[in-house]
Design a protein around this ligand. Structure first.
Ligand code: CP
Length: 318
């Protein structure tokens, strides 16, 4: 067993990670390079520097999660932390305690780091303002999901190399997707081009705000043509009843990915999905589980990315 403490690069210019919009190219590269080192260490079952030993990390999850919550907890334990886990159910938030009071009470128990998922946009910035803890966003409303954007970029980089000038198609409910937003910001900063496609009601209202490297496709064929990577987004069934989605059958016909459509993309193009998947709706199982899918690699990279974020933002001697 070796130790990966040596060779883990860099320090960040940021104190918190509320999103990727404001993260510089240099900080993105440092996060991704560090995550790559951790990923190699995970593959080799190496020992890791216990840079979070003595650091009090609290996972505040006000929304459900499988991948993000468990991979943060795994990352924290691998770096020597003993995390505390808060979920709304069973807490005094269920009795109406405010977010500010909840956070300040937990901070009074000695919390150094908050990893927060919340249904409202802006909660990570709110916590950064009202507490002294380092804050890492694990998904806020429809705003950002920065560690997802990083793990997606890491997965693409592992297969495609430098992402500059690469073409990435993102298909589905873009308007309400924090995953799409964080990917758009990270990919643009790294020099990739992003094409968006989905039902008209679920496309962004102001796509120009994303900058010149992001475009809206006119058809699924245009979105897929020659793409290096195709990212499907989860269809949120709650949008169907609100009239924002066609029927699931129509959605599958116009926006679903199957083998024949995937052939429009570059040969060997990557298929990504943040999960959870609605099989047979946004992607057929044969593609989700097929040779071009990197969906489970995304999940493994999620542990490495969250180790990198925690190590660089809150670790001792990062
Ligand atoms: N990708 C993602 O955020 O999944 P969870 O909701 O399961 O954490």
């Amino acid at each position: 067993m070796t130790n990966v403490a040596t060779g883990i690069p860099g320090v960040l210019s940021i104190r918190h990670l509320p999103g990727l919009r404001e993260v510089s190219r240099q900080d993105l590269q440092t996060l991704l390079d560090t995550a790559q080192r951790f990923r190699e260490g995970l593959d080799r079952q190496e020992n890791f520097p216990k840079s979070l030993a003595g650091v009090s990390v609290v996972n505040l999850f006000f929304e459900n999660s499988t991948r993000t919550r468990l991979s943060f907890e795994t990352a924290q334990k691998k770096l020597g932390a003993s995390p505390m886990n808060f979920t709304t159910s069973g807490s005094s938030a269920a009795k109406g305690e405010s977010l500010r009071d909840t956070a300040r009470n937990i901070e009074s128990m000695g919390a150094d780091v908050f990893v927060v998922r919340h249904q409202s946009a802006g909660v990570p910035q709110f916590l950064a303002k009202h507490t002294k803890a380092v804050v890492i966003n694990a998904g806020d409303g429809a705003c950002e999901h920065p560690t997802q954007g990083l793990l997606d970029a890491l997965t693409m980089r592992q297969h495609l190399g430098d992402l500059a000038h690469r073409e990435v198609a993102i298909i589905g409910d873009i308007r309400h997707s924090r995953v799409a937003r964080s990917n758009i910001w990270a990919l643009s900063t790294l020099g990739a081009r992003v094409r968006l496609w989905g039902p008209a009601t679920l496309l962004p209202r102001s796509p120009l705000a994303f900058g010149p490297s992001v475009s809206i496709a006119q058809s699924i064929e245009e979105a897929l043509e020659g793409a290096d990577a195709v990212m499907l987004l989860r269809i949120q069934h709650e949008r169907q009843s609100s009239g924002m989605l066609p029927s699931l059958r129509e959605y599958r016909q116009s926006f679903g990915l199957d083998h024949s459509r995937l052939k429009l993309a570059r040969p060997g193009a990557l298929v990504l999905h943040p999960g959870p998947i609605n099989r047979g709706i946004e992607v057929v199982s044969e593609v989700a589980d097929g040779a071009q899918s990197v969906i489970l690699e995304q999940v493994t990279n999620g542990v490495a990315v969250r180790m990198a974020c925690l190590h660089l933002l809150a670790g001792k001697n990062p």
